[in-house]
Write a protein that binds this ligand. Structure first.
Ligand code: GLU
Length: 430
């Protein structure tokens, strides 16, 4: 446990860093407002979250001391359906970040046309500093605290950075015990034994691969032999790298929080995944060169996949990027300034709200399966996922061509229009 987490005097939501990712989201909304026609009347709806819950999470640690953690759950918009979005455990989680991530979930769900609104949660802690038993207690207390606003028809959490199927099992159990009945549909990304869906773990990376292939085709890039660089080698980056390699691409560089590894002939993704499992990161992997972190961004490549955290491609490095297409596996990896730089350089960007929507799409399948208590095969899931991702990509590309705008602006136009149409026909009540 770091001292910072325990003695942090000022809660992060009182620090003057509110602009952060939420400021970036607001700028993205500003950019699409001129394209919203008469729906622009309702655009203020998108500029404020519907509901923000900040909770204190007091937990007894293994050594008997009491620690307090800051937890959040933000429901950005629920006009089109219940809130949906992950829960992140990270030492840098702030209210601004969770608000932005919740808003991007609203846009993502609408861009893919899932019947969900957007929500997100987070706990400000570094999970590497806590035992499994401590993480279980933290998760259960957090779930109890946000229990008043979540539910299978209200808001459905899922995994995100540093949370997984086990975290969801604890959340589902805590919610169910507090409500007196087993409620599998309250979270998605659960273990298969608890009503989880086949294909969910891989879904985000698979979606990145599917839209990545569509984007490559549109840009005249043959996947066979294409060079791919991936930042973030967790669930999203690791799966995407493996699928691109299986399809004949060469994954030439991978960066994670421990280092950057490079091999111009292509890394062996499976052995790199094994190395990461055994050593906690890519640093020290055999048969490759170690690069300085900053060199990663200047590598010449066909496909660049940022699949880690927000704000990784910014004014300071966007100009050096020599990729032909960027597929955003992470949420919010590119700042608006960097977006402009990439677009001026003619780099084709598939935005997060489209590129990483595979996860929430299979979460939707899981939620539907839980309600019907009837489970689909992995082939059915992957086939439906592919179909939905293709349909979303094609329809967003159509909007981009119609308005002569980037795919990000197009995805926002399509999504915001859907959200605001629902807002308008529902009307104001009470
Ligand atoms: N955390 C994932 C995302 O950012 C998945 C959310 C979900 O499945 O609800 O899209």
């Amino acid at each position: 446990m770091s001292e910072h987490e325990l003695t942090h005097a000022l809660p992060s939501y009182l620090e003057p860093d509110h602009v952060g990712p939420w400021g970036i989201y607001l700028e993205q909304v500003e950019r699409v407002t001129p394209y919203l026609g008469r729906q622009a009347k309702w655009v203020e709806t998108l500029k404020r979250p519907k509901r923000v819950l900040i909770v204190d999470i007091p937990v007894e640690l293994d050594d008997g001391t009491i620690a307090h953690f800051e937890g959040y759950r933000v429901q950005h918009n629920v006009s089109r359906g219940p809130g949906k979005g992950g829960v992140r455990y990270h030492q840098d989680v702030t209210l601004s970040e969770v608000m932005a991530l919740a808003a991007w979930m609203s846009v993502k769900a609408a861009a893919v046309d899932l019947p969900f609104g957007g929500a997100k949660g987070g706990i400000r802690l570094d999970p590497r500093n806590y035992s499994r038993a401590e993480l279980e207690r933290i998760t259960r207390r957090y779930t109890s605290e946000i229990g008043v606003i979540i539910g299978p028809h209200k808001d459905i959490p899922a995994p995100d950075v540093n949370t997984n199927a086990q975290t969801m099992a604890w959340m589902m159990d805590t919610y169910s015990m507090n409500h007196g009945s087993t409620t599998t549909g309250v979270v998605t990304g659960k273990p298969i034994s608890l009503g989880g869906s086949l294909g969910r773990v891989e879904a985000t990376g698979r979606g990145v691969f599917v839209v990545g292939c569509a984007a490559a085709k549109d840009n005249g890039i043959d996947i066979e032999g294409a060079r791919v660089c991936v930042q973030g080698f967790g669930n999203v980056g690791g799966t995407a790298a493996r699928l691109f390699e299986d399809a004949g691409a060469k994954v030439i560089a991978v960066q994670d929080h421990t280092g950057t590894v490079y091999n111009s002939q292509g890394l062996d993704v499976l052995s790199l995944l094994k190395h990461v499992e055994e050593n906690g990161g890519v640093a020290g992997a055999p048969d490759c060169d170690a690069l300085a972190a900053d060199e990663f961004w200047g590598l010449e490549t066909d496909i660049l996949i940022p699949a880690a955290l927000e704000g990784q491609i910014h004014e300071g490095n966007a100009d050096r990027i020599r990729a032909r297409i960027v597929i955003e596996g992470a949420n919010g990896p590119t700042t608006p300034e960097a977006d402009d730089i990439l677009s001026n350089k003619g780099i084709f960007v598939v935005p997060d709200v489209l590129a990483n929507a595979g996860g929430v799409t299979v979460s939707y399948f899981e939620w539907v399966q839980d309600f019907s208590s009837f489970f689909w095969t992995e082939e059915e899931i992957n086939e439906r996922l592919e179909r939905m991702m293709h349909r979303a990509y094609t329809s967003v590309a159509g909007v981009a061509a119609q308005h002569k705008v980037s795919l990000r602006t197009a995805a926002f136009i399509a999504a915001c229009s859907r959200i605001l149409q629902a807002r308008e026909v529902r009307g104001l009540y009470p």
